[in-house]
Design a protein around this ligand. Structure first.
Ligand code: G3P
Ligand code: CA
Length: 241
């Protein structure tokens, strides 16, 4: 059965990557939650997608230029809707504490805008261990060097390559770097590849599936999971397939 991952929380109905979006996903009983992590200026892990504050908060400028305390002063809810005024950018720790007593899987996408070593991977792994979330987590990134670093620290963590353009035999490349799953872009994902990859033991999870027709198509393709901004809709549709 295809799993439903709430993409950035229940981000179609709640402000993305906020505690209220994650609580809504928990309330719905999703299989998993996807979120994005970044480092702050003072080396804390926060949950936010963009490298800048501008699109989702009332702040401006780069995440990396602010301390966690400074970031906490920004409103991360009002731009989505005034009813969510007062939501803040969560720390990774806050989300782990929220999910600790659930059985929800977590897909942590590492957003790393620089090439040099920042220590983000070590910090993430420490937090996962502290909250006993390591065996319920999938680590993904478009930055495959970052995944390699995660694997070099703990090869038992499930890492998934994120990529946009399809290419031949992606499972071979994944295996080369020690990744165990493929997170693929919807328009570049076809049934043949999914079947072969999963037959070879590489789960395929597809982003970001928001239309009912696409949900049904990928449920029928039997992908391991879809990422969606509308998990409630997806969960209802899945019951009908
Ligand atoms: O992890 C799946 C998806 O979230 C990757 O793209 O841009 O939404 O972070 P993006
Ligand atoms: Ca993401």
């Amino acid at each position: 059965m295809t799993k439903i991952f709430a993409h950035r929380g229940s981000s179609g109905t709640h402000p993305e990557n906020t505690i209220t979006a994650f609580k809504e996903a928990v309330r719905l009983g999703v299989d998993g939650i996807e979120l994005d992590i970044q480092l702050t200026k003072d080396g804390e892990l926060v949950v936010i997608h963009d490298y800048t504050l501008d699109r989702t908060t009332d702040g401006t400028g780069k995440i990396l230029d602010y301390t966690v305390e400074e970031l906490k002063a920004f409103d991360a809810g009002s731009k989505f809707s005034p009813e969510f005024a007062g939501e803040t950018i969560p720390t990774f720790r806050e989300v782990l504490a929220l999910l600790q007593d659930t059985n929800i899987e977590l897909n942590i996408e590492i957003k790393k805008p620089v090439k040099e070593d920042t220590g983000i991977e070590e910090k993430m792994i420490q937090e996962l261990e502290k909250y006993q979330y390591s065996n319920r987590s999938i680590i993904s990134s478009f930055n495959h060097d970052s995944l390699k670093r995660v694997i070099s620290i703990n090869k038992d963590l499930e890492c998934a390559i994120l990529y946009m353009k399809k290419f031949e035999n992606p499972w071979e490349y994944a295996a080369e770097i020690g990744a165990k799953a493929l997170h693929t872009y919807r328009p570049e994902t076809d049934r043949e590849m999914v079947t072969e990859a999963q037959h070879k033991g590489f789960p395929v999870r597809v982003f970001t599936i928001n239309k009912a027709e696409d949900m049904t198509k990928f449920f029928e393709t039997k992908v391991a999971a879809i990422f969606t901004d509308y998990p409630e809709k997806a969960m209802k549709l899945l019951k009908e397939v």
